[in-house]
Design a protein around this ligand. Structure first.
Ligand SMILES: *Cc1c(COP(=O)(O)O)cnc(C)c1O
Length: 495
């Protein structure tokens, strides 16, 4: 059955999957959502016999129904190849009493690679299918990891340019170095004087600037998004939950149909929404455990039913989760409002107006699948150290937030179901915070000295993504104020 995509903010004409991927965001500022969640049409035991690429096809074909089999398989094969340092693409590692789903084996060693290695292929295929002649300008706000993964994905892709905005003082030194050393004549990187929410709001504003869109069209350009507001990012993220379940089944860790819990370190709510979609496709997931850092706006929301961004923005050691406006939550709100665009728009207007909204009791009752909690900086560091000392397994700060929250969940509920924790970044991406957590003596070492030390204690080879930037020259040094983002875009495009 065909899946079409509607905006969460108005009842405008629905679009096809390829049109939704091209546009990124709907003209009314809403996010595209599938009109229904398709059910898996292969049994779990059939999926257990499949490779990552095969599972990806079985999931994505159900959402991207206007792609031909050949088009979709081409996209998948071009994405999940030797850019990943393991044939499994997303291996499961058992440590202590949970399974860590390592989503960081792609070229930029964070889970964003899982979707951003395929998005450029979905995008150019969509452009061809819709006879688009304009050059596509990818505009992206990043809290650190999306930026590099999107740059790597789109660098030198014909017919595209990519512009990335990151918070100048809000990313790790390795994250920044990865971005500013990016090669490719079609890549642009800008540090903004503001935080991630400023970057994301600025980008959304540029997207909904109708006058600018017209001017761009005259010059042969059109915008799209590589952020997780793009359905072309969300759909590929569903695949690894299905794959993880299939691997557990294949390895005899669970029986067919047995329910598992999933824990996701959450920022923009994209990754956990993908898990929620997987559950709604029929994957036997029980609880979706939403883990936050000190920016615990989601924890408060699940507890109280009030989403309130009016609070201090805290810079933490898990910067990719330093977010107060979780964009993808809008897709869930729309759904629990009964797919009511007017109701959702009202709430989102309240959010952009006075910074908060409250859902009804009826809506709140539909959030029973979710459990929210958070981990403080001290709890996060203690979890890294605990797991290392107990199992010799080193996790990054984001994964540690999830792992610590999982510990709280088990204590609170006594629920010991088989659990998969999304491991969203390599510890090498956040080396200093990780090593300081293990032993503060490491703080005296230089950035790359620490990398070598981490490799030694974790008995893991230094990933290529890190080797590459040791000596790479800085190629991007643009900075701008938040209110100059539009001018910066225009100057990059020679407008
Ligand atoms: C982006 C990111 C997250 C948050 O994921 P969302 O989909 O935005 O919730 C968590 N951890 C890491 C390492 C990330 O890069």
């Amino acid at each position: 059955m065909e899946v079409i995509y509607r905006s969460t903010r108005s009842n405008s004409e629905p679009v096809t999957a390829s049109q939704a991927i091209l546009k990124g965001l709907s003209d009314d500022g809403g996010l595209f959502v599938p009109d229904h969640i398709p059910a898996l049409d292969k049994s779990l035991s059939e999926l257990a016999g499949m490779s990552y690429q095969q599972v990806a096809y079985e999931v994505m074909k159900l959402f991207l129904t206007d792609f031909t089999e050949e088009e979709l398989k081409n996209c998948i094969n071009n994405a999940y190849d030797s850019k990943f340092d393991t044939e499994k693409i997303a291996p499961l590692v058992q440590a202590d009493d949970a399974y860590y789903l390592e989503l960081f084996h792609g070229s930029t060693i964070a889970f964003k690679d899982m979707a951003l290695s395929i998005l450029p292929h979905l995008m150019i295929t969509s452009a061809r299918k819709n006879n688009i002649k304009n050059e596509i300008v990818i505009l992206t706000a990043t809290s650190g990891d999306t930026g590099k993964a999107a740059l790597a994905g789109f660098a030198d892709v014909k017919g595209t340019r990519i512009i990335v905005f990151y918070p100048k003082n809000g990313v790790s030194p390795i994250q920044e170095k990865q971005m500013v050393t990016q090669k490719g004549a079609n890549t642009f990187v800008v540090g903004i004087h503001g935080n991630f929410d400023d970057a994301q709001t600025g980008v959304k504003k540029i997207f909904s600037d109708k006058e600018l869109a017209k001017e761009m069209d005259e010059k042969g350009f059109q915008f799209s998004s590589a952020n997780s507001i793009n359905i072309g990012r969300l759909v590929p993220q569903i695949c690894y939950y299905v794959y993880a379940y299939a691997q557990l089944l294949k390895d005899g860790k669970i029986t067919e149909g047995e329910k598992i819990n999933v824990v996701v370190p959450t920022g923009n709510f994209g990754n956990i929404l993908a898990a929620f979609y997987a559950k709604n496709m029929g994957l036997p997931i029980d609880k979706l455990i939403c883990a936050s850092n000190d920016n615990k706006v989601l924890y408060d929301f699940f507890r109280t039913g009030t989403y309130d961004r009016n609070r201090e923005f805290v810079l933490t050691t898990s910067p990719s989760m330093d977010i107060l406006i979780s964009s993808n939550l809008e897709r869930l709100i729309y759904r629990i409002a009964g797919n009511d665009a007017d109701k959702n728009r009202e709430l989102m207007n309240a959010l952009s107006g006075n910074g908060k909204y409250e859902i009804t009791e009826e809506m709140k009752a539909q959030l029973a699948d979710f459990y929210g909690n958070f981990a403080s900086e001290a709890e996060t560091a203690a979890e890294i150290r605990r797991l290392y000392e107990k199992c010799g397994y080193v996790i990054d700060t984001h994964t540690a937030v999830a792992s610590a929250v999982y510990g709280k969940y088990v204590v609170e509920t006594g629920d010991h179901k088989t659990t998969v924790i999304a491991s969203t970044a390599s510890p090498f991406k956040f080396t200093r915070s990780v090593m300081d957590a293990i032993d503060i003596k490491y703080d005296a070492m230089g950035d790359f000295e620490l990398v070598d030390e981490l490799s030694k204690i974790a008995k893991v080879k230094v990933p290529n993504a890190i080797e590459e930037i040791r000596t790479a020259p800085v190629l991007h040094d643009t900075q701008c104020d938040v209110d100059k983002m539009k001018d910066t875009v225009k100057s990059f495009l020679g407008m």
